[in-house]
Design a protein around this ligand. Structure first.
Ligand code: KG4
Ligand code: ZN
Length: 357
């Protein structure tokens, strides 16, 4: 019988420094023993986006605090761990490097195995951590830097069925929020505004719905919102709410329709799961859930804190890969780009914001 494994997971690929400890005992649901996330929103607020150099420095300053905090909260010492898992890409290279260097130092000093994890694999495998979903299943990863439908066949076997050909949906939410004066509030701010809005007032496009397959596009939709504001003159509170509601409804419609197409392509999976920050959106969840229901498959969506970037998904992906024999050495590389499905290395859809997930 396989052994119980307790892993520390480290995540620093974008603007959240995160650590968690996950314990997996065969025959029992895995347990998150402790988790922490230190966001960097305030550090980047004045710049209208994540500044890579500021992000990297903040990660380097905070990684050891995060690791110490989760060990203390779990009541464990370094010697109680069975391994260290770390995001080795894709992401902002300075942050990924900070995490990989920290994890190497800890693994070497404590004599622990090291496992490098693809950040997108962390998102894609989260439904197994939270809900024990069996392979194969379909997952939509929809975040600030990524949008793709992935058939997950194993801990290291991913088949990308389609994805965005331009912007990621979270990026579109963030740009719409900024344009409408909602500052750095991003998707959650748009969702809050949309509650008081009429989604039908503005006629916004549903890009690529006329095309077969499950590729998506959000750039034209974002531009249509910006154009609509130009026709209005000064924007009042009701205009803002209606634009947010219309935009959110269009994103949800597109994701729902393309989820139906992806489920048809996936052929016979029992579960459709969602991950990434945009899966926190209520309208998006409802549209994805409806797509799953119409295909007769179960819909699994992890709790919001495990949809957005976190250390638990990295610890869990590390455990899954370790059980399959993965071990990395001190030559583990930090990779700015790292497609999940390397049969499709020239993939579209990394999002214009860059390799963020
Ligand atoms: O996965 P994530 O935490 O980080 C990366 O992109 O790496 O996703 C963050 C993205 C942001 O673009 C944010 O605006 C979006 O997810 N997001 C949302 C919501 N919460 C977060 N978008 C729409 N509605 C939400 N409630
Ligand atoms: Zn992410």
């Amino acid at each position: 019988m396989a052994a119980t494994l307790t892993f520390l997971g480290i995540e620093s690929s974008c603007d959240d420094t995160a650590a968690a400890i996950v314990r997996d005992t065969p025959g029992e649901p895995p347990r998150i023993l402790a988790e922490t996330v230190i966001g960097q929103g305030a550090l980047h607020a004045d710049f209208g986006g994540v500044v890579p150099e500021i992000a990297a420095r903040a990660h380097a300053e905070r990684l050891d605090l995060c690791a110490e905090a989760v060990l203390a909260r779990a009541g464990l010492g370094v010697r109680d761990l069975d391994g260290v898992a770390v995001t080795a890409g894709p992401g902002l290279i300075g942050g990924v490097l900070a995490g990989v260097m920290f994890a190497k130092g800890l693994a070497a000093a404590a004599g622990l195995p090291l496992v490098g994890v693809n950040h997108l694999a962390g998102h894609a495998l989260t439904p197994r951590l939270t809900d024990g979903v069996a392979f194969p299943y379909l997952v939509l990863i929809a975040s600030g830097g990524h949008c793709q439908f992935v058939l997950v066949e194993g801990a290291d076997r991913f088949h990308r069925l389609g994805g965005t050909i331009d912007d990621a949906p979270g990026e579109a939410f963030d740009k719409v929020a900024r344009h409408l004066g909602l500052g750095a509030g991003g998707g959650p701010a748009v969702e809050a505004e949309a509650r008081a809005g009429d989604p039908a007032r503005f006629d916004l496009p549903r890009p690529l719905l006329d095309r077969p397959g499950c590729d998506l596009s959000f750039s034209g939709l974002k531009t249509a919102v910006l154009r609509a504001t130009e026709t209005l003159g000064p924007i009042g509170p009701q205009d803002r709410a209606d634009l947010c509601a219309g935009f959110q409804a269009a994103v949800a419609d597109v994701l729902g329709a393309k989820a139906r197409a992806a489920l048809a392509l996936a052929g016979g999976v029992a579960v459709f799961a969602a991950a990434g920050g945009v899966a926190a959106n209520g309208a998006v969840r409802a549209a994805l859930g409806a797509a799953a229901a119409s295909a007769g498959v179960d819909f699994v969506v992890p709790p919001v804190r495990l949809c957005t970037d976190n250390g638990a998904m990295i610890a869990w992906a590390g455990i899954e890969r370790f059980r399959e024999g993965a071990r990395d050495g001190m030559d583990l590389a930090a990779r700015p780009r790292w497609p999940l499905d390397d049969r499709q290395a020239g993939m579209l859809g990394a999002g214009r914001k860059g390799p963020k997930a």
